[in-house]
Design a protein around this ligand. Sequence first.
Ligand code: FEO
Length: 397
Amino acid sequence: MQCTRKVTDQIYWVGASDRRLAKFENLFPIPRGVSYNSYVILDEKTALMDTADSSVSERFMENVKETLAGRELDYLVINHMEPDHCANIAAVIERYPNVTVVGNAKTIQMMGQFYAGTTPGDTLLVKEGDMLSLGKHSLTFVMAPMVHWPEAMVSYETTEKILFSADAFGTFGALNGVLFDDEIDFNCIWMEDARRYYTNIVGKYGPQVQALLKKASALDIRMICPLHGPVWRSQLGTLLEKYDKWSKYEAEEDGVLIVYGSMYGNTENAADVIASEIAEQGMTNIAMYDASVTDCSYLIAEAFRYNRIVVAAPTYNAGLFAPVEHFLNDMKALNIQNKKIALLENGTWAPMAGKHMRTIIETMKNMEIVEPSLAIKSVLQPAQKEDVKKMVEELLK
Ligand code: FEO
């Protein structure tokens, strides 16, 4: 049966949630599921704003059909060509053969790459600032390249002042009946997923997000309808403030993230001693993770969140213990910057982890490594307690 929500009198959410998928993009665990949002505008002309993932095709197509209630679909606006949103383009065109597909030049090029042989009734190529009138509603198009694909754009509806924002302002998490930000407990339940979604998927593209925020600030936005997660109408300021911080790579909190790898518990013990010393010196905002246990996407979100980081790792195969190496390489790939980092290496006969950690960190922007770093052979020795104290003092300065 149709399962939709009314966004405004003439705009409907026609998306669906997936609670079966283990990993989004086959990379990121989503224990709370994910929603694929799509919207129908009913005016003199009808418009569908993006489609949805193949996992929810049946629900999505039924929602569109029932919402249109026998009317034709005039426009399919494609804000983003990633398959979690465009997988049903062919199905929509087959069901509504006279539909005009609206996209920019890159959108249409990618459509040919993903769906060769799919022929819309017509295509409408749009560029920055172009307008499309649907009757009482009008859409204007704003290009958002690399947020987070090159063809990405957002559409602003000028009458109801709604921004259809593509992936921007989206979050992980299934919509369990709720749709709007004032129907959810954002800070307690959704915030962590919003941060993990942004930092892992869009995090690399801070400057491009800043460019989009600048364009958005020129618009009078009453509501944001993203392609994942809740629709924003009551807490726009909270979300925009977070996006501003994340995209400038500014930490949200003064605190310490400790990420360690440990084979037999000795590096973990050293990390615990460091954590205790951090608390002893008055900093109690500490988050601590075993890189072998916690998925890297959570570590990345925390690395965006905190301004100080401790990384502790054993040497392995004359290199760096793989889970920690993965974390540092992911930090680099996602452009994380502006952190103070303390390092601890462990090596029973030829410690090399520290050198490898430095090599990766030194390629990142504005990272301050606390000197001297700490090296242990097999286990942290009682005689090194003073070295731990000094390293922590430097870290917290
Ligand atoms: Fe939700 Fe970039 O796709």
